[in-house]
Design a binder for this molecule. Sequence first.
Ligand code: SF4
Length: 187
Amino acid sequence: MADGVLAHLVSRVAPGVDVVFLDTGLHFPETLRVRDEVARRLPVNVRSIRPRLTVGQQDGEYGPRLFNRSPDDCCQLRKVEPLERALTGYDAWAAGLRRDESPTRANTPVVTFDARRGRVKVNPIAAWKQADVDAYIARYDIPVNELFRRGYGSIGCWPCTRRTKAGEDPRAGRWAMFEKTECGLHV
Ligand code: SF4
């Protein structure tokens, strides 16, 4: 969880809304702190969803450090399948994708149909710029992942996230050792 912007925004029109946090078991401690702060301070219901296998069980079944050998399979096990399980019973879901995050997100629609999951998908802040996010955070005192202040432009699991360099897209630090740009949640 990068920040609580989306959770706060949605909670203003739907207090008590469910917020799904995909607890991969490989998050930075700072990310877990943001999740806990969002749960404590915002009028939302945070649901932490875990993969079917612990990291240790995955190591035993697929070999250690699957994220280094086959990140698509690792993301499938630790993010994609858990999200699909988490969305059971919902007609729609929302995500915090923004067009300015990377070229691959430049055409992100505000509302679309997630055909893979058979649900409406809303990206309420798709057209926001980083400056809009910063202004919203300052205006409403939104919880933010402190790793942003330490040079991370986008924050995912610790094995697949590095700091971004000057001039890079915010998401350039994700899976930097691979061609991979998305985890498979946003297809
Ligand atoms: S981001 Fe990396 S560690 Fe996290 S689920 Fe995907 S491959 Fe695994």
